[in-house]
Write a protein that binds this ligand. Structure first.
Ligand code: SAH
Ligand code: TMP
Ligand code: ZN
Length: 407
């Protein structure tokens, strides 16, 4: 039995993905022998409804000065974060003279850059030094630290309290959520807004997108579990907004209880979660069966294509693909290589299964018959960019919400 990180109740795992490597640890051949693996299992706590990994590697094994995920690799995400920033500016900060905005997991500054001009004051908190440096080189304020209560105290001492606390695809990475919320409670000015977005449990269940679970994603949040966690520290959910990013995310808005009106959307979205079965354990057993079907269908398809002598290349070496490939046991015998635009990943091998990662240019002029789209969350952008592939009769293999081929 495992102990819930949010409410301390005991719970059982509903799925065992087997040994998993670090999802962003693209490595050289000489490092294969020493590769780090952890047992990846996920469980559902029926007391507070949080979905979580039972074990997670230590934070400094995942986030360090050689972190390979740069937010700026997607143009559409840059637009998305401009909209996020505008939403906060227009709806939550107009009553402040010189609003102070703190973002954690600010990475290369993709969101912070929208708060660089007066009247806003901004600070990023980003432990991965190499990506933080990209933000600093753009003239943005970013400290290289993990956010926690201690960091919050230092920020308040140096800059005062924050009027907005923001995060994207970061809160669900941090196992010590209570320590983070204590930090937020210390940091926020009265009535300040806390807004963060992460892949949404409801979409993961709807689409069987189990690849949203990997070492970094220790939690899959819902309105129910977020309310439960924050209520313990005097916060309430004031709004929530479903998003299309990362295959289906949710943005949560919170503030100290009673300080801001609660949108009617909250009640509706909570009800949707009940209707979807997010509060009952049977949902997660059904989900596991769906995961097994995708795992098996994809492997069979790849084996069949291999026997037919077809070439298959992976598209985008995402962190999510680490879960899919290792869970299904798909390696270089079935996928020739993975094409990716991130220089740090190129020339390396994928975590665990050791498929070579090559620059996107490798594809040009030498398209295979099939491309397996790992970055389905960037499908629109990628299909547009690779229009020539489809014109040349290339076919895309998709695996969410089920394994199918797009001709
Ligand atoms: N917000 C960006 C980056 C997401 S990646 C985007 O949505 O594209 C997650 C980031 O969170 C990484 O850059 C990682 O270094 C950072 N991170 C992990 N733990 C953290 C913590 N405790 N405090 C602040 N940042 C953290
Ligand atoms: P993500 O799904 O975790 O955001 O990871 C995105 C990865 O996809 C990153 O390694 C860059 C890569 N990528 C491409 O190779 N080509 C593209 O067109 C896009 C949008 C991303
Ligand atoms: Zn719990």
């Amino acid at each position: 039995m495992a102990k819930c990180r949010i409410c301390q109740s005991k719970y059982q795992p509903f799925i065992d993905f087997g040994p998993m490597p670090i999802s962003n640890n693209f490595l050289a051949e000489k490092d294969f022998a020493n590769e780090y693996f952890f047992p990846m299992k996920a469980g559902f706590c029926s007391s507070c409804s949080m979905v979580q990994l039972l074990e997670q590697p230590a934070a400094d094994v995942m986030f360090h000065d050689n972190y390979t995920f740069f937010s700026g690799t997607s143009r559409l995400m840059a637009e998305h974060f401009k909209h996020f920033a505008d939403d906060i500016k227009l709806n939550y900060l107009t009553d402040k003279q010189s609003p102070f905005v703190v973002e954690i997991g600010s990475n290369d500054g993709i969101m912070l850059q929208n708060f660089a001009e007066a009247p806003y004051r901004h600070l990023g908190v980003e432990p991965s030094a190499n990506v933080a440096r990209v933000a600093q080189d753009k003239g943005l304020n970013s400290i290289v630290r993990f956010f926690n209560l201690e960091t919050a105290k230092d920020i308040v001492a140096a800059h005062g309290q924050a009027d907005a606390f923001l995060a994207a695809n970061c809160m669900c990475h941090i196992p010590t959520l209570h320590d983070i919320i204590e930090g937020i409670a210390h940091l926020m000015s009265p009535g300040g807004v806390v807004a963060f977005e992460d892949p949404y449990l409801g979409e993961v269940i709807r689409n069987t997108s189990f690849d949203q679970l990997y070492d970094e994603h220790v939690f899959l949040f819902s309105l129910h579990s977020i309310s439960a966690a924050f209520a313990q520290h005097g916060f309430e959910l004031i709004d929530a907004k479903p998003l299309e990013t990362h295959g289906g995310s949710m943005r949560y808005y919170l503030s100290q209880k009673g300080m801001r009106p609660v949108s009617s959307r909250v009640k509706q979205l909570l009800q949707d979660e009940v209707d979807l079965g997010l509060l009952i354990p049977g949902t997660y057993d059904k989900f596991r069966l769906g995961c097994e079907q995708i795992r098996d269908d994809l492997k069979y398809l790849l084996i069949k294509l291999k026997r037919e002598g077809k070439r298959v290349v992976g598209y985008a070496a995402t962190s999510k693909s680490t879960t899919l490939l290792n869970y299904a046991g798909i390696g270089p015998e079935l996928i020739e290589y993975i094409s990716d635009t991130t220089p740090l990943k190129q020339g390396k091998f994928s975590p665990g299964m050791h498929i070579p990662v090559l620059p996107a240019e490798t594809l040009q002029g030498n398209y295979p018959e099939y491309l397996l789209l790992f970055a389905y969350n960037h499908q629109k952008e990628i299909f547009a960019k690779e229009a020539q592939f489809a014109k040349n009769d290339g076919k895309w293999i998709m695996f969410v919400p089920n394994v199918h081929v797009v001709e």
